[in-house]
Design a protein around this ligand. Structure first.
Ligand code: 3PG
Length: 307
């Protein structure tokens, strides 16, 4: 019987496991759970006889791949797959997939939720500002960007987007103004919501010069990856621009410097929680299980990312 490991340092909601388990069982596979592990050695031991695995932001390194001789497929239950060593997967003939779109609404809701929280001064009782009429720039219009735009419409915001990989017609059809350059997006918008992946082209790409183009009172909302931010430069910008606010779903490495100097002008979640809803966990977890079964039963590689 083939074994499917769910290895999640940050576990899925119980409701998600309750739905993943019967999908796996009914297809004739065995579900193995490794949740809340704190040591890499636990992961290395757990992968040694499994044929498939589902992970979240868990790091599937070359070491993990090499410790899993039976592994045929790894599914990242989520969008960003920067935690998978794709080269090692490909070398070993392992299929790597993600589950695009499955947790996007959860991230979109968190974006607007954090924006309201900061616009109202952390609900401290003082007068804040409103989102209606403000300009929001979607930096990369994928699944999450789509939901952010939909929700921002409800707030009466003006919505702009920059994405060189998406046809302008598609962006316009969604009632969003497409802009030609990333610089134009930043110089136009009061809020920027980041949705770029972390890769060799994007790491540290959100830097001083780009952010400094934002109008007075500008706010950056990062639910993408901390790696895409130039952390030293955003700190310098915070110092030079007392009007600038930074919101991030997961703290930067230099969090202590923010705490020391910029009280009230930043907000960081304690753990990455954009996708931390029961619905997102169910969607992404069940999709992951079904993709694994589809791959074994029918050779379906639809969401393969290491083509
Ligand atoms: C994603 O890329 O799908 C999100 O960042 C969610 O990551 P998580 O499953 O580790 O919360």
């Amino acid at each position: 019987m083939k074994k499917i490991l769910v290895a999640t340092e940050k576990p899925f909601a119980k409701a998600a496991i309750d739905q993943i388990a019967p999908v796996v069982k009914e297809a004739g596979y065995e579900l193995v759970l490794l949740e809340k592990y704190t040591d890499k050695a636990e992961l290395l031991a757990a992968v040694k006889d499994v044929h498939a695995m589902i992970v979240r932001s868990d790091k599937v390194t070359r070491e993990v791949i090499e410790a899993a001789p039976e592994l045929k497929i790894v599914v990242r239950a989520g969008a960003g797959y920067d935690n998978l060593d794709l080269e090692a997967c490909t070398e070993k003939g392992i299929v790597a997939m993600n589950t695009p779109g499955q947790n996007s609404n959860a991230v979109g809701e968190l974006v607007l939720g954090m924006m309201v929280f900061m616009a109202r001064n952390g609900y401290n009782g003082t007068a804040g500002t409103e989102l209606r009429g403000k300009k929001i720039g979607i930096h990369a219009y994928g699944n999450v960007g789509h939901y952010v735009a939909e929700i921002a419409k409800g707030f009466g915001m003006e919505i702009y987007a920059f994405d060189p990989f998406v046809a302008k017609e598609k962006i316009e059809a969604a009632g969003i103004k497409p802009l030609d350059t990333v610089e134009e997006l930043y110089s136009t918008c009061d809020y920027i919501s980041l949705h770029i992946p972390a890769n060799q082209h994007t790491k540290q790409s959100i830097n001083y010069d780009l952010l400094n183009k934002m109008p007075k009172g500008g706010t950056l909302v990062n639910t993408a990856r901390k790696e895409v931010i130039h952390e030293e430069e955003i700190l310098k910008l915070m110092a030079d621009r007392p009007d600038f606010t930074y919101i991030s779903d997961i703290a930067p490495d230099n969090k202590a410097d923010f705490e020391a100097g910029f009280e009230g002008r930043f907000f960081f979640t304690p753990k990455k929680m954009g996708a931390q809803t029961a619905e997102a966990n169910i969607n992404a977890g069940v999709a992951g299980a079904k993709q694994i079964i589809g791959f074994f039963e029918n050779g379906d590689e639809t969401f393969r990312v290491n083509k």
